[in-house]
Design a protein around this ligand. Structure first.
Ligand code: NAD
Length: 483
């Protein structure tokens, strides 16, 4: 399947079962980050459109919550099957508008389909329980009820998997959803939403709105129809949205930023560790909330690890994501390119040594070299702020306590990694590092069936596994006198 030119150039809203321009006719531009070429336009929702979406989600919730779990599951599985059928066209659209290499887009499309399938299955098992009563003739049942219409905000770094997680967890639990996919990757996310619609999900159960993020969140979060907020994005925006949600007593799932530490002990297989870390670090041009960022290396093996790391970095071919040999595409947007320049300049001022990269590429597009930095002061912005780009920091440590303390120094706690062959060291790292997810001797930590979320400023709640479904369900006690 290929996308018709209408789908590529003109992304519209989907409200109450109909695709439409926004009521004001205003649009945003969608541009290719590899060459700035105009791809098309995206409709902007205003309050009139959002009010219609809230109304549609409310009416549809009454139908969807009563739809048997098996039927809901079948519709979700049909959506996953459609996504697999359309994966090539959707992956190409993602590379053109988001920037990542086509191989990564294809992998993401398959992961998104797996996520939908998994929630489809797990939604059939949202069991309640019977609590033994204190008195004869009383039955105490705990049932799981869907919380209601959800407003979800998904970011541009993994447009398919993030939107798939949010729509399918909501739908599998019996909730309706208004999703705001990223304006920076609107075609692929709109086509993903179309898979749910074409799979026969009733009108109003999935509503898709684009526009000015702050206008959409400030309207939907306080809206009485909306019962839950799910957000993935930066810590600063997450805190604003969580405060607003708190003011209106709305439950939230917040998946925010990170600054993942990686502890490499002297016993680690250094070549295997370097290979695994480099692959994870520069995937999606480093625009990954669980990207390995602070590599903390036992000083005894620091030189050997650094050499192995730099050897791997040398082999990364940067270019347009559609070119066959590209291993790393451009950054997604101007904001990230400006951030890379600022972070490297600030690192320089703080005495850092740049071992590789450090510059934009001399081309149209938001390209930045794979960068490796060392000798950097704790006062630098890079050692305190999530880089969200292709910058790795290598730092030696003297003993494991020092490495664990550095891991926990920042307010983030999303992902952490360790490479070690010592059971004792692994056990100390597991007990000591404050994190939502810990990968030991590998970096593949994000699957449909496993919890995905953080601690500290990285947020709360989960976007994966059984824990994600629980966020869309409310336990209700029903106690019955049977005599
Ligand atoms: P940003 O803080 O402006 O936006 C981050 C995300 O939040 C975007 O998807 C944006 O559309 C959305 N957003 C922004 N303001 C909003 C609002 N008031 N209401 C609702 N949604 C809103 O930053 P950015 O330049 O788009 O992205 C860069 C930063 O965002 C990175 O440094 C990174 O920390 C974070 N980020 C994190 C993730 C993640 O997976 N946790 C994903 C994307 C971006």
């Amino acid at each position: 399947m290929t996308l018709d030119s209408q789908s590529l150039t003109n992304v519209t809203l989907f409200i109450d079962g109909e695709w439409s321009e926004g009521s004001t006719g205003r649009t945003l531009e969608n541009r290719n980050p590899a060459n700035h070429a105009l791809i098309g336009h995206v409709a902007i929702a205003d309050e009139v459109d959002l009010a219609r979406a809230a109304q549609a989600a409310t009416s549809a919730f009454e139908i969807w919550r009563r739809t048997p779990a098996l039927e809901r599951s079948e519709k979700l599985r049909a959506a996953a099957a459609l996504l697999r059928e359309r994966a090539e066209a959707i992956s190409r659209a993602m590379t053109i508008e988001q920037g990542k290499p086509l191989a990564e887009s294809r992998m993401e499309a398959e992961l998104a389909a797996q996520i939908i399938d998994w929630f489809a299955e797990e939604g059939r098992r949202t069991y309640g329980r019977i609590v033994p009563s204190r008195r004869p003739g009383i039955q105490q049942n705990v049932i799981q009820v869907p919380v209601g219409p959800v407003a979800s905000f998904a970011p541009w770094n993994f447009p398919l998997t993030q939107v798939a997680r949010k729509i399918s967890a909501a739908l599998a639990s019996g909730c309706s959803v208004i999703i705001k996919p990223p304006e920076e990757a609107p075609v692929c996310t709109s086509e993903l939403a179309r898979c749910f619609i074409d799979a026969g999900v009733p009108r109003g159960v999935v509503n898709v709105v684009y526009g000015v993020p702050s206008e959409i969140s400030s309207y939907l979060i306080p809206h009485p129809a909306i019962k839950k907020i799910s957000f993935t994005g930066s810590v600063s925006v997450g805190k604003q949205l969580a405060s607003l949600a708190g003011l209106h007593m709305k439950r939230t799932t917040m998946e925010l930023g990170g600054h993942a530490p990686v502890i490499v002990t002297a016993s680690a297989d250094l070549d295997a560790a370097a290979k695994s870390i480099v692959l994870a670090k520069y995937a999606n041009c480093g625009q990954v909330c669980i990207s390995p960022t602070r590599m903390l290396i036992d000083e005894a093996v620091y030189d050997a690890f650094t050499a192995a790391f730099l050897e791997q970095v040398k082999s990364i071919k940067v270019g347009d994501g559609l070119a066959p040999n590209t291993k790393m595409g451009p950054l997604n947007n101007e904001r990230r390119l400006a951030a890379m320049r600022r972070l490297v300049a600030d690192a320089h001022e703080h005495g850092a040594t740049i071992l590789a990269g450090g510059e934009p590429l001399d081309e149209a597009g938001f390209f930045f070299q794979p960068t490796v930095i060392t000798d950097i002061s704790r006062k630098s912005a890079l050692l305190n702020e999530e880089p969200f780009g292709p910058i790795a920091i290598l730092l030696p440590y003297r003993n494991l306590d020092e490495a664990i303390a550095e891991s926990n120094r920042l307010p983030f706690g999303l992902a952490a990694y360790a490479f070690s062959d010592s059971a004792k060291d692994i056990s100390r790292i597991t007990a000591g590092v404050e994190t939502g997810m810990l990968g030991i001797n590998h970096t593949a930590i994000a699957y449909a069936e496993t919890p995905f979320g953080g601690v500290k400023d990285s947020g709360y709640g989960s976007d994966g596994g059984l824990e994600a479904l629980r966020g869309y369900l409310q336990p209700e006690l029903v106690t019955i006198a049977t005599h």
